[in-house]
Write a protein that binds this ligand. Structure first.
Ligand code: GLP
Length: 239
């Protein structure tokens, strides 16, 4: 089958996705949870924390991030490391020692992260968002289906989209990032994508209904046997 698509009201996207994540976590309480950054999954993480308050056991998880900027210190509040600690690890009671985020700007750094993930037996459930140009992680258009963790240049469009975290100035957004590759992401046993808002409509339509192509990296999710997309009507207008 292709991805399972669940339509949800905008303010329910995160809640619906959190239930899927919670179902997985119940079966794998000491597993590796793959996490995405960005605005899209924030509600999901908040909803997971609410489920924790109701008894979901999350403290034993290891968190593995998709990507990180090159040249932004982990302690910098704009780093994805900080995001994962602040929005996911702390609310879920997971120690920072079990927060894994790729770090550095060399091929050796990339290979080290890939080896770390492999050493843990890989990611169980992976949460992903989608960039408005169809990227996942920081796999920009043109990324191969076979790509692994590596250092990449960010597109002008992605730097513009993320300028809001850098005083509104796209020139201040790092030019490079280190990201899990498409093949790395697809090794997760199951994948949950969240998307909301009209800015994602082009990318989501192309990813789910267009050709499977490196021009739209998220379209490669259709080659994975277990993907669920939770989206609102603005991101995925009903056909
Ligand atoms: C960022 C991240 C992605 C994220 C995407 C969408 O650049 N690297 O992992 O999914 O862009 O972000 P947002 O959810 O803020 O729209």
């Amino acid at each position: 089958r292709g991805p399972l698509v669940l339509a949800a009201a905008t303010d329910e996207v995160g809640v619906v996705a959190a239930r899927l994540v919670a179902d997985h976590v119940r079966g794998h309480p000491t597993g590796v949870l793959g996490v995405a950054t960005g605005a899209s999954p924030l509600r999901l993480y908040a909803a997971l924390a609410e489920l924790r308050a109701e008894g979901l056991v999350t403290e034993g998880l290891t968190l593995a991030a998709l990507d990180e900027y090159v040249g932004i210190d982990p302690g910098d509040e704009r780093s994805y490391h900080s995001y994962v600690v602040r929005h996911i690890a702390e609310p879920l009671g997971i120690p920072e020692s079990r927060v894994l985020v790729p770090r550095g700007g060399t091929q050796q750094d990339a290979e080290r992260y890939e080896a770390t993930l492999r050493g843990l037996g890989g990611v169980g459930l992976q949460v992903v968002g989608i960039g408005r140009n169809g990227h996942i992680g920081f796999n920009e258009p043109g990324s191969s289906r076979h790509s692994r963790t590596r250092v990449v240049a960010l597109s002008d469009d992605t730097r513009a989209a993320n300028a809001r975290y850098f005083a509104g100035d796209a020139d201040r957004v790092p030019s490079h990032a280190i990201t899990q590759g498409i093949a790395t992401i697809l090794t997760a046993s199951t994948i949950v994508m969240v998307a909301s808002g009209a800015t994602k409509a082009w990318a989501l339509d192309a990813a789910l209904r267009g050709p499977v192509t490196a021009a739209v990296p998220a379209s490669f999710l259709r080659t994975h046997p277990s993907v669920t997309v939770v989206a609102d009507d603005e991101a995925l207008p009903p056909v």
